[in-house]
Write a protein that binds this ligand. Structure first.
Ligand code: GLY
Ligand code: MN
Ligand code: MN
Length: 465
């Protein structure tokens, strides 16, 4: 963890933002896979981690703003825990690492919350995203489970979003480590893919790099020759010659900061001529969008800029027609680019998404759109120095979607429907890099991972030699 001063400072900032009441932060518990003691890998709640640094299951923190006190709730390990799981630091030792002076038994949390409520202190808590968090909140607040969501604290969400969005120097260092491990796992995927291997075989090699890096994956790997399916994970499909592999994967460090990168490369040593043309359209959109990343710029405008570049490329290729800006304004590009250009990244790969996309990616004046395409844009608001974002344009040729639009002749002034059949089996291409927004522009964090056709083909040729 970072030094305790970092956590003390974060909690002080949180207290001054929230102003009054008590803040209840719930850490995650172990989660069972198939029987009680057969756990998924433990993953701490990211906001709990941000404000305490404590990466141990079954803890909670109370930050009493009115009385300026901070308490860590948990249980000491018993003999059985020590026998099966080994020695863990005492609650007091953990709290000290975090700069908290007081600890209490988890059993006292309910009466603490009740006493605060009886004194008319507001209880600030975050929206639950795991069933057990909802159940615990229902118990602590003496509220039916169905009433928990209604009591979520908007000011706490806003405070946390404002703090976690701006990455400190020490966080940027961790994110750079995560991105470096993510680059290494991509190189492994790019070097080890072969026609005849299964997606799962390569995905396993990719994951091994994340684990060897000290943490794990930051999300389940997407590794597929059906890149048009946006979040297609991996399976036992065989990599066929002639197709492309879309690999979207990232590592998180031992401290749980994430990387998130995508590359698309040929199963063979070289792209086909058509694959190369489409790849270069996506690369041009990435480069144009990345050059526009700077403080004050609406990410939504950068998304639309990327969409315009994709549309110009598809027009040159003969798939689209007309004025690219008009086509984008009409939403014609969403036949091929159905999702958003990127998102915040930090302790979560989609940073703070559990707090609500409207709060993280938009403002009270700027509501998230419900239109096809824009409804999947997780970040629309103006960028600020200290944000870390992904930029990830793509072109996705989804046969079912092309059929639906073709049957309706939808926006046929912008789409050459007679050209679509040649793309039914094409798949999809995404290229994704990670950027720190700086006071004057942006810094590319994934500097060393190849992204041009020439660089990627050089790696594939060497791998297959
Ligand atoms: N890893 C999913 C995404 O790129 O957002
Ligand atoms: Mn990704
Ligand atoms: Mn991403």
């Amino acid at each position: 963890m970072f030094s305790k001063e970092i956590y003390i400072n974060r909690r002080n900032q949180l207290k001054s933002f929230v102003g009054s009441g008590i803040i209840l932060l719930i850490g995650n518990e172990q989660s069972s896979m198939s029987f009680k003691d057969n756990w998924y890998p433990f993953r701490q709640d990211s906001s709990f981690l941000y404000f305490t640094g404590l990466d141990t299951p079954a803890l909670a923190a109370i930050i009493d703003v009115d009385n300026n006190t901070e308490i860590i709730f948990g249980e000491e390990s018993g003999v059985d825990d020590i026998i099966w799981n080994g020695h863990t630091p005492s609650l007091k030792e953990m709290a000290e690492l975090s700069g908290c002076s007081t600890t209490k038994s988890f059993n006292e949390l309910k009466s603490f919350v009740k006493n605060a409520a009886d004194r008319h202190q507001s209880i600030h808590y975050l929206p639950p995203y795991r069933p057990e968090q909802g159940l615990l909140l229902s118990h602590l607040l003496s509220t039916p489970l169905t009433g928990v969501d209604a009591g979520v604290s908007t000011i706490l969400i806003q405070a946390i979003v404002s703090l976690r969005s701006i990455k400190g120097k020490e966080e940027v260092e961790e994110i750079k480590k995560a991105v470096a491990i993510s680059e290494a796992l991509h190189l492994t995927g790019m070097r080890e893919s072969r026609a005849g291997l299964t997606e799962a075989h390569v995905a396993g090699l990719v994951q091994s790099v994340a684990i060897s890096g000290g943490g794990n994956l930051s999300f389940p790997t997407i590794l597929t020759t059906h890149g048009e399916i946006l979040h297609n994970h991996y399976g036992n499909h065989i990599l066929p010659p002639g197709k492309m592999v879309l690999l979207d994967a990232g590592a998180e460090t031992a401290m749980h900061y994430a990387g998130d990168l995508t590359r698309t490369f040929p199963v063979d040593a070289a792209f086909t001529s058509l694959q190369k043309d489409v790849y270069n359209i996506v690369l041009n959109a990435l480069q144009t969008a990345a050059a526009a990343v700077q403080p004050g710029k609406l990410f939504k405008d950068i998304h639309l800029l990327a969409a315009t570049k994709l549309t110009e490329g598809l027009t040159a290729l003969g798939l689209m027609k007309g004025d690219a800006k008009e086509a984008v304004a009409a939403g014609a590009h969403t036949l091929f680019f159905q999702c958003g250009l990127g998102h915040m990244m930090g302790l979560d790969v989609h940073d703070m998404e559990n707090l609500g996309e409207q709060y993280v990616g938009y403002t009270p004046e700027m509501k998230k759109s419900t239109e096809f395409g824009l409804k999947s844009l997780r970040l629309g608001k103006a960028l600020e120095a200290g944000y870390v974002v992904t930029v990830e344009p793509g072109l996705y040729f989804i046969p079912e979607l092309m059929d639906i639009w073709a049957a309706e002749k939808k926006l046929s002034q912008f789409i050459n429907y007679d050209q679509l059949p040649a793309f039914r089996d094409f798949g999809g291409i995404r290229i994704e890099d990670d950027y720190l927004v700086t006071p004057t522009g942006s810094e590319l964090l994934s500097t060393s991972l190849p992204r041009t056709v020439t660089e990627i083909e050089a790696i594939r040729q060497k791998a297959l030699a």
